[in-house]
Each structure stands twice: as C-alpha cells, then as structure tokens.
Design a protein. Structure first.
Length: 148
C-alpha cells in the first residue's frame, strides 16, 4: 500500500515531467507558430520564450523543494533547520515566479485582441500570490517552532 508521502512524491514526478516538456518543446514551438501565423515580432517571440522558460524554471525548483519538504515530513523533521531552509527556498522561488505573469501581462496586453490570455495570466498570478503567502506563513511557523 502506498502511504501519503510516497503518493505525494509520485504525484510530483509527472508534474515535473509535464512542466519540463512544456519548457523544451511546447512553448517555444507555440511562440514560433504565433510569429509565423499572427505576425508577432521576433523580439516578442524571444521575450515570451525567455519569460515562460524562467517561470518554468521557478516551477521546477519549487517542485524539487516540495519533494525535499515531503522527505522532512516523512522523517518527522519538518520543524528543523533543514526543513526551514527548503521552505525558505520555496518561498523565494514563488516570489520570483510572481514577477513573470506580471511581465507577460505587460508584454501581451498591448497586442491582445482577446482577453482570455490576460484572464488566464491574472488567474496564474493570483494563484502564485496565494501560494507565496501560504508558504510564507508556513515558513514563519517552522521558524517559530524549532525541533524539540
């Protein structure tokens, strides 16, 4: 039988794989297609590719941090300095990730003819802000409750 910790880790593996596939294949191809079909400039294509790639790197680092935190939970060392360090990294990655939807909104908004992408980016931004705030609160709890 799979325990909760192993199930949590198993669920992170396909998530990491999907994010990596998006980074390597889907998004660069999508932006090249947009340039060919919609006529966006090469500069915009490069800016979108770099911005999305950076956002995905933040996602990959966040997933790895979660993997390490699950290990601390399983070992019952969640309120330890090691766990605090990983939680601190997770908060930093989420804080960095918040900048990318903002940048994308600024890049896409002037050229957008459909609000759907902007609504999606706003939803992603709000989701990241909530994850960041929750993780910050959790990090503060770890710091206040050192391992006994």
């Amino acid at each position: 039988m799979i325990n909760k910790f192993n199930f949590a880790r198993i669920s992170l593996i396909p998530l990491f794989a999907i994010v990596t596939l998006l980074q390597l294949f889907s998004l660069p191809g999508q932006f090249a297609h947009m340039r060919r079909e919609s006529g966006i400039s090469l500069i915009i294509e490069i800016a979108l590719t770099i911005t999305f790639a950076s956002l995905i790197v933040c996602a990959q680092l966040s997933i790895y941090s979660l993997w390490k935190l699950i290990g601390h939970m399983e070992a019952e060392t969640f309120y330890s300095p090691g766990s605090y360090n990983w939680m601190n990294r997770l908060v930093a990655y989420l804080r960095a990730a918040i900048a990318f939807p903002i940048i994308l909104i600024l890049i896409i908004a002037p050229q957008a003819d459909d609000p759907g992408v902007l609504v999606l980016l706003t939803a992603i931004l709000l989701f990241l802000v909530n994850l960041y705030l929750f993780s910050s609160l959790l990090r503060n709890q770890i710091q206040r409750n050192p391992a006994q």
